[in-house]
Write a protein that binds this ligand. Structure first.
Ligand SMILES: O=C(O)CCC(=O)C(=O)O
Ligand SMILES: [Fe+2]
Length: 197
């Protein structure tokens, strides 16, 4: 039997939802993140899958809103509703939900950055299907630190407004350019599913 697959024209799309979180909600999330111990972000070494600190590739601070905690549950409920709608309309991925904790991210020293990478990888990151970034900071409070997607061979910057949510397939190459001034915070979530096949 021959079955013809249905093409999906949206697999390169970064969905942008402006003002999904209010400035007040963003400031609350920032306060919650700042009240926790913030550690150095790590990267996976190719082939090994172990986490190492390499400040030339990733220089930022992170803390986790752990699975099962009230703050996490509330954020996951709100983000989950949005992702469900966006997935239905745009990606049509088979998703199982939030497979991991939420990452609170801080870029606070000049030069803090996260160079080109994919969120989809080996091991635990092989079940990531959609990546979600919430712009927590008022763009007037920092310079640089632009979240960019690799599109048609070029970096394409995304919306910086406070409370904007960006959703993209976790295979998408993206980066955060070096911080020039101020502090930028982001919230990152990954929506999991059975690995792509
Ligand atoms: O801070 C951001 O906007 C994105 C961070 C990121 O790409 C990641 O943690 O994987
Ligand atoms: Fe990322």
């Amino acid at each position: 039997m021959i079955k013809t697959p249905t093409p999906n024209p949206n697999l390169h799309v970064t969905a942008t939802v402006r003002g999904y979180f209010t400035p007040r909600e963003c400031e609350r999330i920032i306060a919650a993140g700042k009240s926790q111990m913030i550690e150095e972000g790590t990267i996976m070494t190719p082939g090994q899958g172990s986490n190492v600190i390499d400040r030339s590739k990733r220089s930022n601070g992170i803390t986790w809103f752990k699975q099962g905690e009230p703050t996490t549950k509330a954020l996951q409920a709100k983000i989950g509703r949005l992702v469900e709608d966006v997935n239905k309309e745009i990606y049509h991925f088979d998703l199982t939900g939030f497979g991991e904790a939420l990452q609170f991210t801080r870029y606070e020293s000049v030069g803090d950055t996260y160079t080109w990478h994919q969120d989809l990888g080996v091991g635990a990151s092989s079940i990531r299907k959609l990546s979600v970034v919430v712009q927590l900071s008022d763009p007037a409070t920092y310079r640089g630190c632009d979240l960019q997607m690799f599109r048609d061979g070029e970096p394409a910057a995304v919306e910086r407004n406070q409370g904007t949510v960006l959703i993209f397939p976790s295979w998408t190459l993206h980066r955060v350019t070096p911080l020039e001034e101020g502090v930028r915070y982001s919230l990152v979530a990954w929506i999991s599913g059975e690995p792509f096949r």
